[in-house]
Design a protein around this ligand. Structure first.
Ligand code: BEZ
Length: 249
């Protein structure tokens, strides 16, 4: 079963770079002061405040109560709502999403909900992990759990589609796909990959009892070290992004 919880302080420390790397997506969105914008999977609101600074009326949603509490502290209109269960209708000029859609494992439900939330002509601008994203980590968990007689599938919390697959889902839901593409973005981590693994891969870790989780992290770290530890001592993860813009008909 997929399980993940967030501590906003640790998230800020070990994954604060996620919002920084998402900033260029704001330029793609080009928010306007008169617009009403939904930030889907807003997390602690680090990018949402930048959206709001454009003068647009912004609502942030996220399934994590702890992250929404952190976003609310920033003075944002932030609500605990799972992306599969959005109930907005014809309300938003744009839906924006950075580094969140890959945590939502039923993309057709999410895309249909986004389509309903948008006004006709509204735009959906997103960036998420694409096919091959953090493949080093996924392969290492697959191998380590297989060694323990466990199939990784039910514990993998991520959906990393190809451009063709995601474009087909968007089109099927009635969107015009204006642009969609994959690009590699090798991402240096602020510290040891062990911190990132403990923060981001709880679902894989929860495949085994808590007593074994520290050694599972150590073994995954050992496996991926030759691929992702640079000579200068920086851990650099093999991120692959899928970025798109689409318009509701
Ligand atoms: C990502 O942004 O691609 C990502 C974040 C956490 C875990 C896996 C992927």
């Amino acid at each position: 079963m997929v399980t993940q919880t967030w501590d906003p302080t640790i998230y800020q420390r070990d994954a604060g770079f996620v919002a920084a790397l998402g900033a260029p997506l704001l330029a793609v969105l080009a928010p306007q002061p008169h617009e009403r914008i939904l930030d889907l999977g807003c997390g602690d609101g680090a990018l949402t405040v930048q959206l709001a600074a454009s003068g647009a009326a912004v609502v942030g949603v996220d399934s994590s109560p702890t992250q929404i509490a952190a976003a609310t502290k920033r003075g944002l209109d932030a609500r605990v709502i799972d992306g599969h269960a959005l109930s907005f209708e014809n309300e938003f000029d744009a839906v924006f999403s950075n580094a969140a859609l890959h945590w939502m494992l039923e993309p057709t439900r999410v895309i249909a909900a986004v389509e309903r939330a948008l006004k006709p002509g509204g735009r959906f601008v997103g960036e998420m992990g694409g096919v091959g994203n953090v493949e080093s980590v996924v392969s290492a968990y697959s191998a380590e759990l297989a060694d323990r007689g466990i199939a990784v599938g039910p514990f993998n919390p991520w959906y990393f589609p190809s451009a063709d697959e995601y474009a087909a889902h968007l089109a099927q839901a009635g969107f015009v796909v204006n642009a969609i593409g994959l690009f590699a973005r090798p991402t240096p981590l602020p510290g040891d990959v062990g911190d990132w693994l403990r923060l981001m891969t709880q679902s894989f870790l929860n495949a085994i009892p808590e007593s074994g989780q520290a050694s599972l992290v150590a073994q995954v770290r050992d496996r991926i070290r030759p691929q992702i530890l640079r000579e200068d001592g920086v851990w650099e993860l093999d991120y692959v992004r899928l970025r798109f813009t689409a318009t509701r008909r």
